[in-house]
Design a protein around this ligand. Structure first.
Ligand code: C2E
Ligand code: CA
Ligand code: CA
Length: 753
């Protein structure tokens, strides 16, 4: 660390820095002194920087100048200005009022022979004293030069001290981190805190030290399968800030952004820090020659904000942290291990487990096991509980499969097992093992979990091109097929499954991600009462998916997709949860209705799940109603039973899209519904035939006559509006009045009226 201080006071000639200057304030009531000073010091450079002159003509203006510029290096200060001791007063104010102790003050007086008391110099912390006649060009230069140097040392030391304190603080927090991933994440955060910048970054570490001790070398080669001759080329991203989340676990050479890869490579090959306007690559190496690189990117130009010396100290501190043996053995694992279960993660499966199995076995099977309704478990019981379930499930898998099988957790609730050879457990028994025997958690709780399974088979000779990627992809296609059919089933991949389903698979996994990352936004479309000056009397919640790459995806696409693949229930729960949360925050809104998909109405657990969400947000069934289509009810008795139970529980149910499909007046009488929403198709037909108009009038009449509310959908024109008003309808929903808008924008608008 002594190097650090040496560096600050070093006196090497430096390249001229065009944008940086030393500010010199001339405070004097005589214009000629300003002129002469400027002339004497024109074209002067001190340590690579030009001088910039600031001028004031009284102590009062001088004080204003110094308050406005805290970075003035030197003040050339006249003693006698508006009063005989105005300059002394200003010196005192600079130190005591402005609390500026860095700016160097050189007092000047026109009276030869007059020297202030020594006490003045110490009391006012004046740095130098000259009579004006003494200030020849050379003497002025040397006085200013000395002052600028002193100023620079003071400010660097101050920054250095502050920086050092932060480094020491951060190091002690960081060294308490137990995992290398947390340590590296911490390091990325600390850099931002240290320099008060906002950068995104990644932390890459080599797979092993270049010159490990013999014991470590043996451990790494035997247990971690590290090829020590490849260490120089084998770097991996082990931590990222949010902006680079996608790069987690990725090998350095596979980082898609060329400029990122290149900058890191440059730091690694030159073994030095690379600092550019918006990027930094810090090179770290530890005494036992682990190598690492921290890459940072910032939207702002960070060269000014980042003090190179402090950065160096920081980097060597981080390197020391890396060296900490506690981390060493974990290093090779982290990119491959799942934090929660200590099984492999997707990376580990792809790069370690599957290659190991298929390289040495002619036959192997990959299973993907998806825990049914896991999301609801964590939803109801919390994340920690969810993690315990995952751990116990992993144990269960170890029991169910032969001992040479390897287990990985792919993502949230999907596990993968690769089993070498032919010793496969019968699928039926496997599903029973998972579903029939309850899972006993450490705390004694028993839980019955269902699984849905997809398999793919590696068979040497038949599929010569089996790769880890293709095995996983095929198993995913198969798993998807199972989910489409029914939960608790298993499907083995064959090529016929591939046609058409690939594209869907991608979108589907995207949708699953969107659900867990809250990428789906709730919009509302208000319903208005045309008999009451279009007062808003209700609003329908409609989902919008803003995909970061594909743009906006219509619910017309993703709702059916969710229905086909068993995600619809999760989607509906998502909408209910978010609606409850919004209604809770804005209790004075008109009643809200949400759409239920056909699949959801079939679910036995629907009532309980809904009730627990409502309870959690303290929302009553009077605040939210449910829209169901006739299609939901065609499916069978369980849907009808559920509908009745919902109604008994106090839910207000609206029949959606009436007239679009199976419409039967019979239903209207039998179903526990309060409201009928007449489908837009009727409105579209209006123009075409007189027949449609008669029918619509008749239907509205019947519905009102049997004591139900009517909402007419799809009103786009005033004519349509007038027509349905004449037919007796009161509530309408359509673009004429409102288009769907983000929930919160409607809230704002509603509250402002
Ligand atoms: P829906 O339940 O019949 O919703 C009404 C649809 O008609 C909405 O389309 C709405 O934007 C549109 N619409 C409203 N007024 C007019 C109009 O005057 N003219 C025209 N041309 N269209 C109008 P959106 O939002 O695209 O939703 C389409 C369908 O997707 C919905 O039909 C519903 O079946 C489904 N959906 C949307 N959000 C959700 C949801 O949160 N959960 C479930 N399960 N399904 C949803
Ligand atoms: Ca609807
Ligand atoms: Ca509708």
């Amino acid at each position: 660390m002594s190097d650090f201080f040496l560096n600050i006071v070093e006196d090497e000639p430096q390249a001229l820095s065009p944008e940086k200057v030393w500010k010199v304030a001339v405070i004097d009531d005589e214009e000629s002194v300003h002129q002469a000073t400027k002339l004497a010091l024109a074209n002067t450079h001190i340590m690579g920087r030009k001088l910039e002159f600031l001028n004031a003509y009284s102590a009062k203006d001088g004080l204003a100048l110094l308050s406005a510029h805290s970075d003035i290096a030197v003040v050339l200060l006249d003693v006698v200005m508006e009063t005989p001791e105005a300059g002394l007063g200003l010196a005192k104010a600079i130190r005591h009022d402005l609390r500026n102790f860095h700016t160097q003050i050189i007092l000047r007086t026109g009276q030869p022979g007059y020297a202030p008391e020594e006490s003045v110099i110490t009391d006012y912390e004046v740095n130098d004293y000259k009579t004006k006649s003494e200030l020849t060009r050379t003497k002025l230069f040397s006085a200013v030069y000395t002052a600028v140097r002193a100023y620079q040392n003071l400010t660097s030391l101050a920054a250095g001290r502050e920086g050092l304190r932060k480094i020491i603080d951060s190091a002690s927090t960081l060294f308490q981190e137990r995992s290398i991933a947390k340590f590296s994440e911490g390091a990325l955060e600390q850099i931002n805190a240290l320099f008060n910048i906002n950068s995104d970054g990644i932390f890459c570490v080599s797979s092993a030290p270049k010159n490990p001790s013999p014991e470590l070398a043996q451990y790494l080669t035997q247990h971690k399968h590290v090829d020590l001759s490849e260490v120089d080329n084998d770097f991996r991203v082990i931590a990222t800030s949010t902006g680079y989340r996608d790069l987690f676990g990725v090998p350095l050479q596979q980082i898609p952004k060329k400029e990122v890869r290149q900058l890191i490579n440059r730091a690694l090959t030159t073994k030095s820090h690379v600092i550019e306007d918006h990027h930094i690559a810090l090179y770290l190496d530890t005494p036992s020659t682990w190598q690492a690189c921290i890459y940072l990117h910032s939207q702002q130009d960070i060269t000014d904000k980042v003090d190179h010396e402090i950065l160096k100290v920081f980097a060597s501190n981080i390197a020391l942290g890396l060296e900490n043996t506690k981390f060493l053995t974990q290093l090779a694992d982290t990119a491959y291990k799942d934090d929660v279960t200590s099984c492999y993660n997707r990376n580990g499966l792809m790069e370690r487990a599957i290659p190991e199995v298929i390289d040495s076995n002619d036959h192997a099977v990959l299973y993907l096991l998806d825990i049914d309704y896991f999301h609801e478990i964590t939803e109801a019981l919390g994340f920690e509980y969810g993690n315990r379930v995952l751990n116990s499930f992993a144990d269960k898998l170890k029991d169910a499969f032969p001992s040479d099988a390897m287990i990985a957790r792919m993502h949230s609730d999907v596990f993968a097992v690769i089993v070498p050879g032919h010793g496969q457990p019968p699928i039926k028994r496997l599903i029973e093992h998972c579903s029939n025997q309850p899972l006993i958690l450490e705390n004694g709780d028993a839980l019955r979990l269902g699984v849905t399974i997809g398999l793919s088979i590696h068979q040497e000779g038949t599929q010569a091109d089996t790769t880890p990627e293709s095995l996983i992809r095929h198993a995913e296609v198969a798993l998807n097929k199972s989910k489409e059919q029914r939960r608790g089933s298993a499907t083995t991949y064959d090529e016929s499954l591939d046609a058409g389903s690939l594209e869907r698979l991608n979108l589907l996994s995207e949708l699953r991600r969107a659900l867990s990352s809250n990428e789906l936004e709730l919009y509302v479309q208000p319903q208005v009462d045309i008999s009451q000056q279009c007062k808003v009397v209700g609003m329908e919640v409609l989902l919008r998916w803003h995909h970061p790459i594909l743009g906006n995806i219509s619910p017309g696409v993703f709702v059916p997709l969710a229905e086909r693949s068993g995600l619809a229930y999760e989607l509906d729960l998502y909408v209910l949860r978010h609606s409850c949360s919004l209604v809770r925050q804005h209790p004075d809104l008109p009643p809200v209705s949400i759409n239920l998909s056909a699949m959801s109405l079939d679910r036995g657990e629907l009532l309980d799940d809904f009730a627990s969400i409502m309870e959690r947000f303290h929302i009553t069934t009077k605040q939210i109603s449910l829209e169901v289509t006739e299609g939901c009810l065609i499916k069978g008795n369980s849907a009808l039973t559920n509908l009745q139970r919902l109604s008994d529980a106090g839910w207000d149910i609206h029949l959606d899209d009436f007239g679009s499909g199976y419409s039967s007046l019979n239903y209207l009488l039998r179903l526990p519904i309060s409201t009928v929403k007449i489908d837009r198709l009727f409105i579209l037909e209006l123009k075409k035939t007189q027949h449609a108009a008669t029918l619509l009038t008749g239907i509205i009449g019947i519905i009102l006559n049997i004591g139900k509310r009517v909402v007419v959908e799809g009103i786009e024109t005033q004519d349509q509006n007038d027509f349905v008003a004449n037919a007796g309808a009161e509530v309408v929903q359509g673009f004429l009045h409102y288009r769907p808008v983000p929930f919160l924008s409607f809230v704002d608008e509603y509250k402002s009226h």
